[in-house]
Design a protein around this ligand. Structure first.
Ligand code: COA
Ligand code: AMP
Length: 635
């Protein structure tokens, strides 16, 4: 383990958090310097930089234009699915954001109002996010791959004044019309917005304003036509910047709240210290603005830093080939890229020897960062061999907004060990605990927890639900935040993250809830009971499998095939194709404990070819025996 800059920074961040983060706060321009760094007067609720005021959009755009970066590229939109590429300088992006902020203000959007952004990977998605930040409004971006039921749940919880959407997204195989999905979500939602704004795309323009609705509908162009640019609104450091919903085990998504001050400080610090990226560097994150990686490292991190960010509307393979990332890196001279391991596994499958790298000049590339799911050693070795640069794993979650464990390329690069994202990042006091909350020795697996307080930029609570925040994260181990992941430290202080200890699914780096998929299955009229489990998948890391018990009146032998096909379609329609549910099996019964809890973990172990630990509380062990042939690989 390093005894150098990393160790000193990590120790100081825990021993003197106010000093450490007070220094980091100098990376941000404040309207009122924060009089306190850490407010720990109401544990387990901690707030950073209380009393400080700022504007996040000012720090991401205006400040750089004022300081001479107006002509530097801020955002490059590279879109192989439309065959276009556009660059926006900081001055141009500022002009668009200020205008759209004015347009939103004309709809009555102001400080504290929520705006849902349901858009594909177009520059206007970034413009809409920053325009909200400019007004002190709270954006909530919903991933474009989510279907109406998921979108409706988020609309009901966030209660947006305005929804900004686009007519369509473009998948390699098809054009995905967004407006019918938005209409479907609004029909289901008890909350209705005051206005819906739709960006028309030529691939599939939408019918806007033709339905008889209680809200106004207009196109993006109509709205901005007469808009006056809006100025930045001063907000408190502790005011929310955004809500990002993430999946828990139940079907009800959790609204992760991100504040303005702590977020700006943490992201600015992480760009330089974790990723080694500074002002003027070009940085490419292949994710989606609907996920936390997109929020932090497509939008806010690079722009707060004065770097250039590449917004890529395409896939790692198939748009048009497995050399797509290498083309982007060489075209825009990217210093580093960030994506999920699954994307590299997809490239490896198509181009195992990395032949396609040879057509591109990748000398600009210093490092590749991978996160969102476990980086398996095979993929790590392959990427390192093909690219010849450090391939750096980093472990974090929507809740934290930036890395918990990483190899700090900017602060103090350390040796990389395959299978480990390396060491706790300054600010995070990471511990591995046993069931009783005692720390386990190095080499022993347990629950990964973080001692409170969490550092700046992490969630202060869940939107409108302090109790759920405490119950879901802080109540298992007193004084700790429970990550939901299991793992172990080695003797050198490197953490190995082994996967979720709960029923949260991670499918191709996308976090999904078993509960939502189960709700979609349970809604079928012939289903009596169901369970969804995540099983290992070579490419996507994990994929869901459905198990259903049909109602007694249904003839499974005659109708089973039709019903399972309908169930697969239901999940596509309700949750989204991104759930990647392809296999549903009709079974006679589901294994349960005597108190009625379905034994998902036991089924998952069977499906992954392991010998399951069968709990003594199982109600009827013969149910599990009957399931084994269905669940076991190849079964
Ligand atoms: N809008 C609408 N549909 C979407 C979508 C979106 N934004 N994103 C994905 N989908 C659809 C896909 O078209 C696909 O539909 P299909 O079943 O009809 O083919 C389905 O959802 C599953 O998509 P995906 O998980 O992307 O699988 P894939 O087989 O099409 O592609 C990868 C596999 C590895 C190329 C892809 O998962 C990928 O690029 N992953 C990167 C992960 C990532 O960025 N994670 C974010 C966290 S860092
Ligand atoms: P999300 O909130 O969508 O970012 O998903 C967070 C979850 O993804 C974590 O709790 C982990 O289970 C998993 N995850 C993210 N990054 C990593 C990583 N580098 N290694 C292992 N698991 C990861």
């Amino acid at each position: 383990m390093s005894t150098g800059a990393y160790a000193a920074a990590h120790q100081r961040s825990l021993a003197d958090p106010a000093g450490f983060w007070g220094d980091a706060a100098a990376g941000i321009e404040w309207l009122t310097e924060p009089p306190t760094v850490l407010d720990d007067s109401h544990p387990p609720f901690y707030r950073w930089f209380r009393g400080g005021t700022l504007n996040t959009c000012f720090n991401a755009l205006d400040r750089h234009v004022r300081d001479g970066r107006g002509d530097q590229a801020a955002l490059v939109h590279d879109s192989p699915v439309t065959g276009t590429s556009r660059t926006f300088t900081y001055a141009e992006l500022l002009e668009r954001v200020a205008t759209f902020a004015g347009a939103l203000a004309s709809l009555g959007v102001g400080k504290g109002d929520r705006v849902i952004v349901y858009m594909p990977m177009v520059p206007e998605a970034v413009v809409a996010m920053l325009a909200c930040a400019r007004l002190g409004a709270i954006h909530s971006v919903v991933f474009g791959g989510f279907a109406p039921a998921e979108l409706a749940a988020r609309i009901e919880d966030a209660e947006p004044k305005v929804i900004v959407s686009a007519s369509c997204g473009i998948e390699p195989s098809r054009v995905v019309e967004y407006k019918p999905m938005l209409d479907g979500a609004l029909d289901r939602s008890g909350h209705k917005p005051e206005a819906v704004v739709v960006l028309q795309r030529e691939q599939a323009p939408a019918a806007v304003g033709v339905r008889d609705t209680e809200w106004e509908e207009m196109t993006w162009d109509e709205l901005v036509a007469d808009a006056e640019p809006a100025d930045c609104v001063e907000v408190e450091a502790t005011d929310p910047l955004y809500i990002l919903y993430t999946s828990g085990t139940t079907g009800r998504p959790k609204g992760i709240v991100r504040d303005n001050g702590g977020h700006a400080v943490a992201l600015r610090w992480s760009m330089e210290n974790v990723y080694g990226i500074g002002p003027g560097d070009v940085w490419f994150t292949a994710s989606d603005v609907g996920w936390v990686v997109g929020h932090s490292y497509i939008v806010y991190g690079p722009l707060l830093t004065g770097a250039t960010t590449v917004l890529y509307e395409g896939k790692p393979v198939g748009t048009p080939d497995a050399g797509a990332f290498w083309r982007v890196i060489s075209t825009y001279r990217c210093r580093a890229m960030f994506t999920a391991p699954t994307a590299y596994r997809a490239i490896k499958r198509e181009d195992p020897r990395g032949e396609l790298t040879k057509g591109y000049d990748l000398t600009c590339l210093d490092a590749v960062f991978l996160a969102g799911e476990r980086l398996d050693p095979d993929t790590y070795e392959w990427a390192t061999g093909v690219l010849g640069v450090p391939v750096v794993d980093n472990w974090w979650q929507t809740e934290t907004g930036w890395p918990i464990v990483a190899n700090l390329r900017g602060l103090d690069p350390m040796p990389i060990k395959a299978g480990s994202p390396s060491v706790p990042v300054p600010g995070y006091d990471v511990r591995v605990l046993d069931d009783q909350g005692a720390e386990v020795p190095a080499g022993t697996e347990g629950a990964i927890a973080i001692r409170l307080p969490l550092p700046p930029g992490t969630l202060p609570t869940l939107w409108g639900d302090d109790d759920r925040y405490v119950a879901g994260y802080l109540s298992v181990y007193d004084g700790y935040y429970l990550t939901g992941d299991g793992g172990r430290f080695d003797e050198d202080g490197y953490l190995y993250v082994m996967g979720r200890t709960d029923d949260v699914l991670n499918v191709a780096g996308h976090r999904l809830s078993t509960g939502s998929i189960e709700a979609a299955l349970a809604g079928h009229p012939d289903v009596a009971e169901c369970a969804v489990i995540g099983v290992a998948d070579e490419m996507k890391g994990q994929v869901p499998r459905g198990l259903v018990v049909l109602k007694g009146s249904v003839d499974a032998a005659a109708d089973g095939g039709r019903i399972t096909a309908e169930l697969v379609q239901r999940v596509r329609d309700e949750v989204g194709a991104v759930a990647s549910l392809r296999q549903v099996d009709v079974v006679a019964a589901l294994p349960k404990t005597r108190s009625g809890k379905i034994l998902r973990k036991t089924m998952r172990e069977l499906a992954d070819g392991k010998t399951p630990k069968v709990p003594g509380t199982i109600e009827d062990a013969s149910v599990l025996d009957a399931l084994a042939p269905v669940l076991r690989p190849g079964g």
